[in-house]
Design a protein around this ligand. Structure first.
Ligand code: CU
Length: 443
């Protein structure tokens, strides 16, 4: 991939051959905010430019007004896990400045100009190798993970207490928005599963606007945890040296603040205010929890054995993997018997480092009745993992050294009304190692 400087920000000594974007790091959410905001700014200027080319007989004032308030839409894949219909039509007819006009939809895919060795000719989703897009396959892929996405997003809201937990798969809690976001990238597949190419697909920005929205809602509910609280050594990026300490005040290169001199940081990207946009749910802070419950908190999601006093038990699989052990991108599917329970998705970058995720088992548990001992014994016996390529073919895992898969349960007090969340109690009570390799590596 020919990585190139942007905004005059180029490679640094000790940087890696990868791009600017931090994945699998706490900076993940903060970095993507100025990125998506910059895209919105540039697209908004284009919308206004085009709106200005309509004349008064064509309702030009309506176009101009729409241009003034244009903001990037979001695709809420956790509530609506199907491709937005606007993105699946190859050709569209619009009311152009000089009359009706049929054109190739820029939301459908992107055709690269010229040809570069190793590059596809256009962006694809669920490519079958013939460089075309298959919305039906994508929608089937998304349908398979629909419950999981909804549940995981709900658990980010209800379980994550720190920014680091909320943000990335680097955090051991395994409840990050990044984990859900990864599942979407791989479910869409094709070039969408490649971090080098995915942003050429307009769907990428709709996907990331939603990630940004979910993070903004979480932050509104956690005003004391608006940015990264832990530091870590950078694994190395295009413009960040390996080993550099990354904190909330580290730059999110290559994005400058409005002064065009200082870079954005986790701190400056913590609030939406300087970026000039908001999300519908933020108009009424007091209604955020009821709205999240309505969108993502179906009561069935915390099903399990009811104990006395209305307690529930939340069963899930916790996975820790070293990326360098796997051919990326890939999915680690959790299977119970022959039932697909959910997956951890790994993108093609970064190539190294540990990643953590938790995969809900509520669908499996719902089939097992209400006897606790029976559930535990059955899950211990039945749960296994399969590593698959994004297109579904199985990968042999017998040589993988670092793949830790645990069965975990947490007792949960369900919410009593729409204005509260369920409360998680002690964790790890029923931790059971399903598969644990790499102990000798870890010492
Ligand atoms: Cu992404």
């Amino acid at each position: 991939m020919p990585y190139a400087p942007y905004n005059g920000v180029g490679p640094v000594p000790g940087g890696s051959g990868a791009g600017f974007c931090p994945h699998g790091e706490s900076q993940f959410v903060a970095w993507h905010r100025p990125y998506v905001a910059l895209y919105e700014q540039i697209l908004g200027a284009q919308v206004q430019r085009i709106a200005a080319s309509y004349n008064s007989s064509q309702n030009s004032s309506a176009y101009r007004e729409a241009g003034e308030i244009f903001r990037l839409p979001y695709w809420d894949w956790a509530a609506n896990p199907q491709l937005p219909p606007s993105c699946t039509q190859e050709n569209i007819t619009i009311n152009g400045p000089r009359g009706p006009l049929t054109l190739r939809s820029p939301l459908y895919n992107y055709r690269f100009s010229g040809s570069r060795k190793g590059w596809p000719t256009e962006t694809t989703r669920a490519s079958d190798g013939k460089s075309n897009s298959n919305p039906d396959v994508v929608n089937a892929n998304l349908a398979a993970v629909a419950d999981q996405l909804k549940y995981q997003v709900y658990r980010t809201f209800t379980y994550a207490e720190t920014y680091d937990q909320m943000s990335s798969t680097a955090n051991l809690a395994g409840v990050s928005l990044e984990a859900s976001h990864n599942i979407v990238h791989n479910a869409v597949g094709g070039t969408f599963a490649s971090l080098d190419l995915t942003a050429f697909d307009a769907l990428f920005m709709l996907h990331h606007a939603n990630l940004d929205r979910l993070a903004a809602l979480w932050a509104a509910l956690h005003p004391g945890a608006a940015c990264q609280s832990e530091w870590y050594a950078s694994p190395g990026l295009y413009s960040t040296a390996r080993g550099e300490n990354i904190t909330a005040s580290s730059p999110t290169k290559p994005f400058y603040q409005a002064d065009k001199r200082s870079f954005h940081t986790g701190i400056t990207a913590a609030s939406l205010k300087p970026f000039g946009y908001t999300y519908p749910e933020l108009n009424d802070i007091g209604r955020i929890i009821p709205r999240i419950n309505e969108l993502y908190g179906d009561t069935g999601l915390l099903s399990g054995c009811g104990k006395g006093g209305g307690e529930k038990r939340d069963w899930f699989v916790q996975i820790t993997v070293n990326r360098s052990d796997l051919d990326l991108p890939c999915n680690i599917d959790v299977v119970s018997g022959d039932m697909f329970a959910g997956r951890m998705a790994l993108l093609n970058m970064p190539k190294e480092g540990l990643a953590h995720a938790t995969i809900p088992l509520q669908k499996v548990v719902a089939t097992l009745g209400s006897n606790t001992t029976g559930i535990e014994a059955t899950l211990r016996e039945w749960i296994r993992v399969e590593v698959r390529e994004v297109n579904g073919s199985t990968i042999d895992i017998s040589n993988i050294t670092n793949l830790n898969v645990y069965l975990v349960a947490i007792d949960v007090t369900p919410r009593r009304n729409e204005s509260e969340f369920p409360k998680y109690r002690s964790r790890s009570m029923y931790t059971k190692t399903v598969l644990d390799r790499g102990r000798s590596d870890n010492g």
